[in-house]
Design a protein around this ligand. Structure first.
Ligand code: ACO
Length: 310
């Protein structure tokens, strides 16, 4: 039973009216958004690490410049998202501290290693491809600052997806060794990318309430299916094979069916036991400590010039 204020809030959401920071909102709506937006921000920031690993080793000046720009974009996405979370009355420092203490989640996908240059192609194609499918609907979500941040993020993700697909296409059409490298990267990244959309709908604890609040416009499984249906023909186009012997077109459903997803692996990565979880957190903590002098200098500069305009 909703009380009067909650009922009016839900009516606004149902009417498609956006919620803005100064509007009244139930505490649980605010908490859900802080949880999701901060996890999303942390994902962008931690997501810089696997790709940053290849900036110095990109195979040409052009590939290096493109990758550098892409990784920098991810940093920017993290910053818009922390700013969106701050409109809900939390501080960025507290959110970052929760990440560094291992209390906050970030996307499972960024706990896998980038072993070869083809992994950079696979990440752009699959991981950014999956991110776009999840984020396009978020542009229309009920919370204004989150939806608006997503508009620019999605435009940039679309460039990231194309650069990844371009790398994969080149490798797939290259020498036999290059083709094998592309196939190997696809074999390793496919299932983690399929898992990115989160647990199956039957296990997703937040989905029903987030759907009612129009934070989630499509379910985890619906978005996952959309990703699979989009990616199968792309793999065929460049002559690579998805690592799933049970993958088949289901005429009746009008969708591809896939083999079983290894949810044990997903939950183990989310719990902190993936191949790179410890390295990722150690890298973030070390970057934070090594950046202390920059924050101190910026604060000292701001304090020194605080009165300048008067
Ligand atoms: N990796 C890590 N944790 C996950 C993942 C994942 N891929 N998917 C779900 N979870 C977590 C949820 O955060 C939740 O944990 P919590 O209760 O401690 O917060 C738990 O598993 C249960 O899942 P759901 O009930 O399905 O959670 P939710 O409704 O939040 O849906 C989803 C998860 C789809 C990821 C949603 O939060 C979302 O759309 N987030 C915004 C997009 C995003 O964060 N993208 C990051 C990767 S893309 C990129 O950065 C390039």
């Amino acid at each position: 039973e909703l009380d009067g204020a909650e009922r009016r809030f839900q009516e606004r959401i149902d009417a498609g009216i956006r919620i803005e920071p100064e509007d009244w909102m139930p505490e649980s709506y605010r908490k859900t958004l802080v949880r999701q937006i901060s996890q999303h921000a942390h994902s962008e920031i931690v997501g810089m690490l696997p790709e940053g690993n290849w900036i110095t080793r990109a195979p040409s000046l052009q590939r290096k410049a493109t990758l550098l720009a892409k990784v920098q974009d991810e940093g920017g996405h993290g910053l818009y998202l922390y700013a969106a979370a701050e409109t809900l009355g939390v501080s960025r420092d507290d959110l970052i501290e929760a990440l560094h203490e291992g209390k906050a989640k970030y996307s499972s996908i960024f706990n896998y290693p980038t072993l070869t240059w083809a992994d950079i192609g696979a990440i752009g194609w699959l991981v950014d491809g999956a991110a776009i499918i999840n984020q396009i609907p978020l542009c229309r979500c009920s919370y204004g600052p989150y939806g608006r941040a997503m508009v620019r993020v999605c435009k940039e993700e679309s460039f990231h997806q194309r650069q990844g697909f371009d790398i994969m296409t080149r490798l797939a059409q290259g020498t036999e060794a290059q083709r094998r490298m592309a196939q190997d990267a696809l074999n390793r990244w496919w299932w983690p990318a399929v898992m990115m959309f989160g647990p199956p709908d039957t296990e997703s604890v937040h989905s029903a309430q987030s759907a009612a609040w129009r934070i989630k416009l499509h379910s985890n499984d619906d978005l996952r299916q959309r990703f699979i249906d989009q990616t199968v023909p792309q793999a065929e186009l460049i002559g690579l094979t998805l690592p799933d012997p049970e993958l088949t077109w289901n005429e009746e459903r009008g969708h591809y069916d896939i083999g079983p997803i290894d949810w044990e692996e997903f939950y183990s990565v989310v719990r902190g036991d993936g191949p790179c979880n410890r390295d990722r957190l150690a890298a973030r903590r070390s970057a934070w400590d090594r950046g202390a002098w920059v924050r101190d200098a910026a604060a000292a500069h701001a304090a020194k010039h605080a009165g300048d305009k008067q």
